[in-house]
Design a protein around this ligand. Structure first.
Ligand code: IPM
Ligand code: MG
Length: 372
């Protein structure tokens, strides 16, 4: 029996190709693992009404880690229209599989390293090396949403919330409500994870990203909790910033930052901005990490228009595999893989289209594997 069981979830679109590329480097590294393919993606939504079928949920209960590609998702109306005729009109709701996975398996840390590899022509600034910790299970992603808004809820809000006044007269389908729900526990554990990481990796500062000046209840709780946690780490500096200002400062003074920690939605947004500073989504990698399971993925989506063309840059996925190796404790292999990626970027003769070259997905993977 192999040492590790790894769920292999390509999804659809370019997810399939970038995972094929990831497999090239994993095979070269000879990781002692069984790769167990799982059904997930748009086609399972269309044919089964579930993009993340129960059998795949079960698979994830039996593995050490998973590698996930990407999945196409569409607005509710288009999703309904894509269902096979037998499934239409049953009120099935499309929910993003990756969001469900994060919640179902309590993968509360979304870890997104942001590193400018020397020689990458897409670097916004050379030398950047940030890490984003994004809370991954709650906040505006809680999935508590109303459209139309039930009368009962409107009546209750009318009684309890002053600010609800202007909305109280609207009819149920004239507005919608999405709840931002943040817990002390959820906030505490993501901030702790950020500080623990900072301490373990010799990072100097953690910046708490929020909008507590306006979103007082939830972001206030996040910020207050973060300040309490920070007291346990006197060796590490802490500061905080409103998310809007943060996006400006990140562009203006990116070297002022080190580790960022944010509630789910701000983390989602800020991590895309950060990824763009080091080459865009072809370089953004992500770990969804819980206490028992971790799922690693490129941050990019399924890019249906590129699907099957083998032009997508697989580096994001290969760096996600590097994160998985670290998480599994295979630090030697992780280091070797990162060095191989760095060497190929620096050399510059193999570049995918986003980097200004014409190499294919598999040529990039091959070049990285050849350095291992
Ligand atoms: C991400 C993505 C996802 C998210 C989408 C695909 C649901 O943008 O991982 O950052 O919003 O979390
Ligand atoms: Mg995102």
């Amino acid at each position: 029996m192999a040492k590790y069981r790894i769920a292999w979830l390509p999804g659809d679109g370019i997810g399939v190709e970038v995972l094929e590329a990831a497999k090239v480097v994993l095979d070269r590294l000879a990781l002692d693992a069984d790769y167990l393919p799982g059904d997930i993606g748009w086609e399972f939504w269309c044919t089964e009404g579930d993009a993340f079928p129960e059998r795949t949920v079960d698979l994830l209960k039996r593995v050490d880690a998973a590698v996930f590609g990407a999945i196409t998702s569409k607005p509710a109306k288009d999703a309904e229209a894509a269902l096979v005729p037998e499934l239409k009109g049953r009120g099935l709701l499309y929910r993003s599989p990756i969001v469900r996975m994060r919640q179902l398996f309590d993968l509360y840390v979304c870890l997104r390293p942001i590193k400018a590899y020397p020689g990458n022509p897409l670097n916004y600034r050379d030398g950047l090396d940030l890490v984003v910790f994004r809370e991954n299970t709650e906040d505006l992603y809680a999935g508590v949403e109303f459209s139309p808004v039930p009368r009962e809820l409107a009546d209750t809000l009318g009684k309890l919330a002053k600010g609800f006044g202007p909305f109280a007269k609207l009819s149920p389908d004239e507005y919608a409500i999405s709840c931002k729900i943040n817990t002390k526990r959820g906030s505490e554990r993501i901030v702790r994870a950020a500080f623990e990481f900072a301490r373990r990796h010799g990072r100097r500062k953690v910046t708490v990203v929020h909008k507590a000046n306006v979103v007082r209840a939830t972001d206030g709780l996040f910020l207050e909790t973060a300040k309490q946690v920070a007291k346990l780490y006197p060796d590490i500096a802490v500061d905080d910033a409103n998310v809007d200002a943060m996006t400006m400062w990140l562009l203006k003074n990116p070297f002022n930052y080190d580790v960022l920690v944010a509630p789910n939605l701000y983390g989602d947004i800020v991590s895309d901005l950060c990824a763009q500073m080091v080459g865009g989504l072809g370089f953004g990698c992500s770990g969804n990490i819980g206490d028992k399971l971790a799922v690693f993925e490129p941050t990019h989506g399924s890019a249906p228009k590129h699907a099957g063309l083998y032009k997508a840059n697989p580096i994001a996925t290969i760096l996600a595999v590097k994160m998985m190796l670290d998480w599994l404790g295979e630090t030697g292999k992780a280091q070797a893989l990162e060095q191989a990626v760095a060497a190929v970027i620096k050399d510059g003769s193999v570049r995918t289209y986003d980097m200004g070259g014409s190499s294919t997905t598999l040529e990039m993977a091959g070049a990285i594997a050849a350095r291992l």
